[in-house]
Design a protein around this ligand. Structure first.
Ligand code: IPE
Ligand code: IPE
Ligand code: MG
Length: 257
């Protein structure tokens, strides 16, 4: 596995098109309520938006797309809604896996999958195996994922592998391979639809230097045009990673020489 550089350890390369896009797909329930439909109808509609955005990211040359589908706190929702989401998750994996494989897309799941039914766990394993060779885009679904869980599970697995490690020897480099997104560079662009401006326990560690884009558009309405708006906004950001604007300007000049 390629070891990706940490944004706090080295200055990452920047590009106009984000290499890694991470999305909190929020607003499904409100989309449905506005139409006098049950909240769960918004989740079904949200799936169509996922399809569109996966294909568009692939077309635009994004290498990694990560979406938040179910947080470790979403179990707190009414049991009927949780039950519906579980059925939809299984159904959509079954329905989409061939299309993902045909499109050369690699599917990965992050999160504590042990809490899901056996049928879901088996389907996840099958889908990951079937798409493992995908080279055009790595599409990650975060399910029963929490940023705090991620950091804790990384620390636990790291200590289990290195029982004699000294506290001072634990560094970013030692911990990083145990984080659930160790296979990907840190997200360049974070998008949250649905109007809220919070992280809701998504990729806490990995978002350290990610550009954060918030839009009021509800997830089922988020389409190629809205993605382009986010990318246009992203291309205008000055990614300083702690440096000054003057330093960036002089780097551009010296690169040009
Ligand atoms: C996001 O939409 C999907 C999940 C969390 C599963 P919501 O269901 O949170 O929709 P709102 O925020 O209530 O409108
Ligand atoms: C975040 O949305 C989780 C997902 C989109 C899966 P929520 O709707 O659960 O977030 P909060 O509760 O508004 O912060
Ligand atoms: Mg919500």
């Amino acid at each position: 596995m390629i070891k990706h550089l940490s944004s706090t350890q080295a200055i990452p390369e920047v590009s106009a098109i984000p290499r890694h896009v991470a999305i909190i797909m929020d607003g499904n329930g409100r989309w449905a309520s506005k139409r006098m439909m049950p909240r769960v109808a918004g989740h079904s509609e949200g799936l169509s938006a996922v399809r569109k955005i996966v294909q568009e990211c692939r077309r635009l040359g994004v290498e990694y797309l990560t979406v938040f589908a179910f947080s470790s706190e979403n179990w707190r929702r009414p049991p009927e809604e949780v039950g519906f989401l579980m059925k939809l998750f299984l159904k959509s994996l079954k329905g989409e896996v061939s299309r993902l494989a045909d499109n050369d897309i690699c599917l990965r799941l992050i999160g504590d999958l042990t809490r899901f039914d056996q049928a879901i766990q088996e389907m996840v394993q099958f889908s990951e195996q079937k798409t493992a060779g995908g080279k055009s885009l790595t599409f990650t679904i975060a399910a029963n994922y929490g940023g705090r869980w991620d950091i804790l599970q990384a620390m636990q697995r790291c200590l289990a592998d290195n029982p004699n490690i000294k506290p001072e020897d634990i560094s970013e480099g030692v911990l990083q391979p145990y984080l659930s997104m160790a296979y990907a560079p840190e997200p360049d662009l974070f998008i949250r639809t649905g109007g809220e401006q919070r992280i809701s326990n998504f990729l806490l560690w990995q978002l350290a230097y990610t550009e954060l884009y918030f839009t009021d558009v509800l997830w089922p309405d988020f389409d190629e045009l809205e993605l382009q708006k986010a990318f246009d906004w992203f291309s205008q950001r000055e990614r300083r990673f702690g440096r000054t604007s003057a330093q960036l300007a002089s780097q551009v000049t010296s690169d040009a020489v």
